[in-house]
Design a protein around this ligand. Structure first.
Ligand code: TXA
Ligand code: MG
Length: 353
């Protein structure tokens, strides 16, 4: 494949002509990158094994890392073996989809046998979510098939929150890009396994543990698995936990405090190491002298929205080391601390610290 067709599309009222064109690409076994509320996805027909296999090829994704399947309504019987659920699981599923769909919550459920096994990397489970983005939902509805879509980045790289990020990683490797502007949430969905008792958070994300607890779902964070990047059994059981995920090219260092970050800057500068610094707006006020700096914004929502763009921007500036201060793992901070830990290439504790 040589050329990717790009359409600028209104994220709130997507033009039906572009949606239909993209849906036809999906129906013919092609790949379409599209915005969701979290990050951009690289989509293919989830019921077409050949099309789904092309996703792995385009991303250079390891075949043992299963994909999320996106639906446009909370209708799961085509994908999920609902009969295999216990009453408790069925009740939790109903509670969760009522509360959080459409939205950044991916549920791991028993897979129906006819769903191609390449989607789930051979597991007998399937990860499903209903995205909260008009473009994503219109595309899935028009394609009349569930759409398998991992984040639209090269495997192991930072997830894309703009169409340019997608092109930077994958231009020419897929058929069509729907450019709906920057994504609203900026970190990936929460992956929750309903097959564990209590339900287990395999990847923290936009729906926080606190939000699940408030609904009476006693979700637990997955105990930090010891697995590395090797395609071993652990990686199959909790595939989203590969430590190499979400990595920039530069080395990321997480300082315990702003004072420690300052000290480290001075140290690195004295060795002529090129540094880039991710700072919150408040930190920038305190440290106007530290450069080059990327403004992450003020709130946790701002940081989530800008974190991946910041990592990519500093990477593009060809720095050797990116510095950031630790984010407390509460609420959305859990997902942010988790991604920072992975980007730093080290294993994180189950509390994301
Ligand atoms: O926000 C998101 O979830 C974005 C947008 C595009 O929807 N998608 C995304 O996909 O982040 P991806 O492939 O980059 O991450 C999917 C995560 C991976 O950690 C994968 O291992 C996990 O979901 N996953 C998929 N199927 C699974 C399964 N059957 N069991 C356990 N984990 C699964
Ligand atoms: Mg990804």
């Amino acid at each position: 494949m040589s050329r990717t067709i790009i359409h600028l599309i209104d994220p709130i009222h997507p033009a039906p002509a572009f949606i239909n064109e993209a849906a036809a690409v999906i129906q013919h076994g092609g790949l379409v990158a599209f915005p969701t509320e979290t990050v951009y996805g690289l989509g293919a027909d989830a019921l077409d094994a050949h099309a789904a296999a092309r996703i792995f090829e385009a991303k250079q994704r390891a075949l043992n890392d299963p994909l999320i399947v996106h639906v446009h309504e909370p209708q799961l019987d085509a994908l999920v073996d609902l009969a295999a659920l216990t009453n408790t699981q069925r009740r939790d599923l109903q509670t969760l989809t009522d509360a959080f769909w459409p939205g950044p919550l991916t549920l791991v459920l028993p897979k129906r046998a006819h769903v191609p096994s390449v989607i789930s990397a051979g597991l007998d489970t399937i990860a499903v979510r209903m995205p909260d983005h008009p473009v994503a939902r219109a595309l899935i509805a028009a394609a009349r098939t569930p759409i398998a879509a991992p984040s639209a980045n090269l495997f192991g790289h930072v997830s894309p929150t703009t169409a340019q990020h997608v092109l930077d990683d994958l231009d020419g490797r897929f058929d069509m890009l729907l450019d709906g502007g920057p994504t609203r949430i900026g970190v990936e969905s929460t992956v929750l396994s309903l097959l564990h008792s209590p339900p287990r958070i395999l990847r923290p994300g936009g729906i926080t543990r606190e939000m699940l607890l408030a609904l009476g779902i006693p979700a637990e964070r997955a105990p930090h698995s010891s697995h590395s990047d090797s395609p071993d059994t652990d990686a199959q059981l909790a595939p989203g936990m590969l430590t190499s995920h979400y990595a920039p090219r530069a080395t990321l260092e997480i300082a315990p405090s702003l004072a420690a970050l300052r000290k480290r800057c001075a140290e690195l500068a004295s060795h002529n190491t090129r540094i880039g610094i991710l700072l919150t707006s408040a930190q920038i006020t305190q440290c106007p002298d530290l450069h080059p700096q990327f403004d992450l914004g003020a709130s946790l929502d701002d940081i989530a929205r800008s974190l991946y763009a910041g990592l990519r921007a500093l990477d593009d500036a060809a720095v050797d080391v990116i510095l950031v201060t630790r984010i407390p793992p509460d609420g959305l901070g859990d997902a942010l601390a988790d991604r920072l830990g992975r980007a730093a290439g080290r294993k994180v504790d189950s509390d994301g610290g």
